[in-house]
Design a protein around this ligand. Sequence first.
Ligand code: O7M
Length: 224
Amino acid sequence: MEIKKEKGLIIALDRMEPAVFFGYLGWLQTLKGNFAIKIGRPLEMVFAKNGLNHPLLHARDKLKDKLPIIYDGKIADIPFISAQIAEDAYEMGADAVIMHGFMGEDVVQEVISLGKPVILVVAMSNSGSTEYLDQVSKSLAWMCNGLEIEGIVLPATRPVVIEKIKELILPSTFIISPGIKAQGAQPGDAIRAGADYEVVGRAITGANDPKAAAEALYQQILES
Ligand code: O7M
Protein backbone atom coordinates (compact mmCIF):
# COMPACT_ATOMS: atom_id res chain seq x y z
CA MET A 1 0.00 0.00 0.00
CA GLU A 2 1.10 3.53 -0.72
CA ILE A 3 2.54 5.63 2.11
CA LYS A 4 0.64 8.89 1.84
CA LYS A 5 2.14 12.28 2.55
CA GLU A 6 -0.20 13.14 5.39
CA LYS A 7 -0.12 13.03 9.17
CA GLY A 8 0.13 9.52 10.50
CA LEU A 9 1.61 7.04 12.93
CA ILE A 10 4.15 4.34 12.10
CA ILE A 11 4.16 1.57 14.68
CA ALA A 12 7.63 0.09 15.16
CA LEU A 13 7.25 -3.64 15.74
CA ASP A 14 10.63 -4.34 17.26
CA ARG A 15 11.69 -7.22 19.49
CA MET A 16 8.68 -9.16 20.78
CA GLU A 17 7.58 -12.76 21.16
CA PRO A 18 6.11 -14.25 17.97
CA ALA A 19 2.80 -14.92 19.73
CA VAL A 20 2.55 -11.26 20.68
CA PHE A 21 3.29 -10.23 17.09
CA PHE A 22 0.58 -12.58 15.79
CA GLY A 23 -1.84 -10.92 18.21
CA TYR A 24 -0.85 -7.51 16.83
CA LEU A 25 -1.61 -8.65 13.29
CA GLY A 26 -5.20 -9.10 14.46
CA TRP A 27 -5.86 -5.68 15.97
CA LEU A 28 -3.73 -3.79 13.46
CA GLN A 29 -6.29 -4.73 10.81
CA THR A 30 -8.98 -2.89 12.72
CA LEU A 31 -7.21 0.48 13.09
CA LYS A 32 -8.96 3.43 11.50
CA GLY A 33 -6.74 6.22 10.16
CA ASN A 34 -3.35 6.72 8.58
CA PHE A 35 -1.25 4.02 10.23
CA ALA A 36 1.72 2.03 8.95
CA ILE A 37 3.97 -0.60 10.51
CA LYS A 38 7.73 -0.93 10.50
CA ILE A 39 9.52 -4.26 10.79
CA GLY A 40 13.29 -4.52 11.06
CA ARG A 41 16.15 -6.56 12.32
CA PRO A 42 15.01 -7.07 15.94
CA LEU A 43 11.89 -8.98 14.84
CA GLU A 44 13.78 -10.75 12.04
CA MET A 45 16.16 -12.12 14.65
CA VAL A 46 13.35 -13.30 16.94
CA PHE A 47 11.61 -15.11 14.09
CA ALA A 48 14.82 -16.74 12.82
CA LYS A 49 15.71 -17.79 16.37
CA ASN A 50 12.35 -19.52 16.64
CA GLY A 51 12.59 -21.19 13.23
CA LEU A 52 9.68 -19.19 11.83
CA ASN A 53 9.05 -17.57 8.47
CA HIS A 54 10.12 -13.98 8.07
CA PRO A 55 7.77 -11.57 9.90
CA LEU A 56 7.21 -9.65 6.64
CA LEU A 57 5.52 -12.74 5.18
CA HIS A 58 3.16 -12.96 8.13
CA ALA A 59 2.46 -9.23 7.95
CA ARG A 60 1.74 -9.46 4.23
CA ASP A 61 -0.73 -12.31 4.77
CA LYS A 62 -2.77 -10.35 7.28
CA LEU A 63 -2.21 -6.69 6.46
CA LYS A 64 -1.73 -6.39 2.71
CA ASP A 65 -4.12 -3.68 1.46
CA LYS A 66 -4.92 -2.69 5.06
CA LEU A 67 -1.87 -0.57 5.91
CA PRO A 68 1.62 0.06 4.52
CA ILE A 69 4.38 -2.32 5.63
CA ILE A 70 7.85 -0.78 5.89
CA TYR A 71 11.01 -2.87 6.03
CA ASP A 72 13.56 -1.12 8.23
CA GLY A 73 16.79 -2.85 7.28
CA LYS A 74 18.71 0.43 7.48
CA ILE A 75 20.43 -0.98 4.44
CA ALA A 76 24.06 0.17 4.03
CA ASP A 77 26.17 -2.08 1.84
CA ILE A 78 27.64 -2.05 -1.64
CA PRO A 79 25.07 -1.46 -4.42
CA PHE A 80 24.78 -5.14 -5.44
CA ILE A 81 24.12 -6.40 -1.90
CA SER A 82 21.90 -3.47 -0.87
CA ALA A 83 19.64 -4.02 -3.87
CA GLN A 84 19.42 -7.75 -3.13
CA ILE A 85 18.32 -7.09 0.44
CA ALA A 86 15.73 -4.56 -0.74
CA GLU A 87 14.49 -6.88 -3.49
CA ASP A 88 13.87 -9.68 -1.00
CA ALA A 89 12.07 -7.29 1.34
CA TYR A 90 9.78 -6.08 -1.46
CA GLU A 91 9.14 -9.68 -2.56
CA MET A 92 8.12 -10.57 0.98
CA GLY A 93 5.58 -7.77 1.13
CA ALA A 94 7.39 -4.56 2.03
CA ASP A 95 5.77 -1.48 0.53
CA ALA A 96 8.92 0.56 1.22
CA VAL A 97 12.44 -0.06 2.52
CA ILE A 98 14.56 2.12 4.77
CA MET A 99 18.19 2.58 3.83
CA HIS A 100 21.17 4.72 4.74
CA GLY A 101 22.46 7.35 2.35
CA PHE A 102 25.99 7.77 3.67
CA MET A 103 27.18 4.87 1.51
CA GLY A 104 26.78 7.15 -1.48
CA GLU A 105 24.55 7.79 -4.45
CA ASP A 106 25.55 4.59 -6.28
CA VAL A 107 23.98 2.48 -3.52
CA VAL A 108 20.83 4.58 -3.29
CA GLN A 109 20.46 4.61 -7.06
CA GLU A 110 20.77 0.82 -7.27
CA VAL A 111 17.99 0.33 -4.72
CA ILE A 112 15.80 2.95 -6.38
CA SER A 113 16.26 1.20 -9.71
CA LEU A 114 14.09 -1.62 -8.35
CA GLY A 115 11.23 0.82 -8.89
CA LYS A 116 9.70 0.69 -5.41
CA PRO A 117 9.49 3.28 -2.59
CA VAL A 118 12.67 4.06 -0.66
CA ILE A 119 12.98 5.97 2.62
CA LEU A 120 16.39 7.43 3.43
CA VAL A 121 17.89 8.02 6.88
CA VAL A 122 19.09 11.64 6.98
CA ALA A 123 19.62 12.20 10.72
CA MET A 124 18.99 9.95 13.70
CA SER A 125 17.37 10.36 17.10
CA ASN A 126 20.32 9.33 19.28
CA SER A 127 22.67 12.02 20.56
CA GLY A 128 25.60 10.40 18.73
CA SER A 129 23.98 11.34 15.43
CA THR A 130 25.56 14.78 15.90
CA GLU A 131 29.07 13.28 15.89
CA TYR A 132 29.05 12.09 12.28
CA LEU A 133 25.71 11.68 10.54
CA ASP A 134 24.37 15.19 11.18
CA GLN A 135 27.45 16.63 9.53
CA VAL A 136 26.35 15.20 6.19
CA SER A 137 22.57 15.51 6.67
CA LYS A 138 22.25 18.51 4.37
CA SER A 139 24.16 16.72 1.62
CA LEU A 140 21.95 13.66 2.08
CA ALA A 141 18.84 15.84 1.79
CA TRP A 142 20.15 17.41 -1.43
CA MET A 143 20.96 13.96 -2.79
CA CYS A 144 17.34 12.94 -2.17
CA ASN A 145 16.13 15.80 -4.33
CA GLY A 146 17.99 14.48 -7.34
CA LEU A 147 16.73 10.93 -6.85
CA GLU A 148 13.32 9.38 -6.48
CA ILE A 149 13.30 9.16 -2.71
CA GLU A 150 9.78 9.02 -1.26
CA GLY A 151 10.58 9.84 2.35
CA ILE A 152 13.32 10.60 4.83
CA VAL A 153 13.98 9.88 8.52
CA LEU A 154 14.59 12.83 10.86
CA PRO A 155 14.74 12.88 14.68
CA ALA A 156 11.80 13.86 16.89
CA THR A 157 14.36 14.33 19.66
CA ARG A 158 15.81 17.34 17.79
CA PRO A 159 12.88 19.15 16.14
CA VAL A 160 15.19 21.93 14.94
CA VAL A 161 16.85 19.40 12.63
CA ILE A 162 13.42 18.60 11.15
CA GLU A 163 12.72 22.30 10.60
CA LYS A 164 16.07 22.92 8.91
CA ILE A 165 16.13 19.85 6.66
CA LYS A 166 12.49 20.29 5.68
CA GLU A 167 13.45 23.57 4.01
CA LEU A 168 15.86 21.70 1.75
CA ILE A 169 13.73 18.82 0.50
CA LEU A 170 11.06 18.63 -2.18
CA PRO A 171 7.52 19.32 -0.93
CA SER A 172 6.48 15.85 -2.09
CA THR A 173 8.98 14.06 0.18
CA PHE A 174 7.44 12.82 3.42
CA ILE A 175 9.26 12.91 6.76
CA ILE A 176 9.05 10.11 9.31
CA SER A 177 10.30 10.83 12.78
CA PRO A 178 11.18 8.51 15.69
CA GLY A 179 12.22 9.31 19.23
CA ILE A 180 8.84 9.74 20.90
CA LYS A 181 8.40 9.06 24.64
CA ALA A 182 11.02 6.32 25.30
CA GLN A 183 13.72 8.54 23.76
CA GLY A 184 12.44 11.77 25.24
CA ALA A 185 10.37 13.60 22.63
CA GLN A 186 6.67 14.20 23.28
CA PRO A 187 3.90 13.08 20.94
CA GLY A 188 3.31 15.84 18.41
CA ASP A 189 6.78 17.40 18.73
CA ALA A 190 7.95 16.11 15.36
CA ILE A 191 4.65 16.88 13.61
CA ARG A 192 4.73 20.48 14.82
CA ALA A 193 8.28 20.77 13.48
CA GLY A 194 7.11 19.59 10.05
CA ALA A 195 7.18 15.78 10.07
CA ASP A 196 4.37 13.80 8.46
CA TYR A 197 4.66 10.64 10.55
CA GLU A 198 5.81 9.90 14.06
CA VAL A 199 7.43 6.48 14.51
CA VAL A 200 6.67 4.89 17.87
CA GLY A 201 7.78 1.58 19.33
CA ARG A 202 7.99 1.07 23.08
CA ALA A 203 5.32 3.60 24.04
CA ILE A 204 2.93 1.30 22.19
CA THR A 205 4.45 -2.16 22.60
CA GLY A 206 5.14 -1.59 26.30
CA ALA A 207 1.64 -0.31 27.06
CA ASN A 208 -0.96 -2.42 28.85
CA ASP A 209 -3.29 -1.87 25.92
CA PRO A 210 -1.12 -1.34 22.81
CA LYS A 211 -4.07 -0.72 20.51
CA ALA A 212 -5.48 1.99 22.79
CA ALA A 213 -2.00 3.51 23.11
CA ALA A 214 -1.60 3.61 19.32
CA GLU A 215 -5.02 5.20 18.87
CA ALA A 216 -4.32 7.82 21.55
CA LEU A 217 -0.96 8.71 19.96
CA TYR A 218 -2.60 8.97 16.56
CA GLN A 219 -5.17 11.37 18.00
CA GLN A 220 -2.37 13.51 19.44
CA ILE A 221 -0.67 13.52 16.03
CA LEU A 222 -3.86 14.67 14.32
CA GLU A 223 -4.30 17.46 16.86
CA SER A 224 -0.68 18.69 16.51
O1 O7M B 1 9.79 4.33 20.14
P1 O7M B 1 11.04 3.52 20.37
O2 O7M B 1 12.17 4.34 20.91
O3 O7M B 1 10.79 2.28 21.16
O4 O7M B 1 11.48 2.96 18.95
C1 O7M B 1 11.93 3.79 17.94
C2 O7M B 1 11.97 3.05 16.63
O5 O7M B 1 12.44 3.96 15.64
C3 O7M B 1 12.94 1.87 16.60
O6 O7M B 1 12.40 0.91 15.72
C4 O7M B 1 14.20 2.44 16.02
O7 O7M B 1 14.94 1.52 15.26
C5 O7M B 1 13.65 3.51 15.08
N1 O7M B 1 14.53 4.68 14.85
C6 O7M B 1 14.98 5.43 15.92
O8 O7M B 1 14.65 5.19 17.07
N2 O7M B 1 15.82 6.49 15.66
C7 O7M B 1 16.20 6.85 14.42
O9 O7M B 1 16.93 7.81 14.25
C8 O7M B 1 15.72 6.10 13.33
C9 O7M B 1 14.84 5.06 13.55
C10 O7M B 1 14.25 4.47 12.41
O10 O7M B 1 13.15 4.01 12.35
O11 O7M B 1 14.99 4.55 11.33
C11 O7M B 1 14.45 4.16 10.14
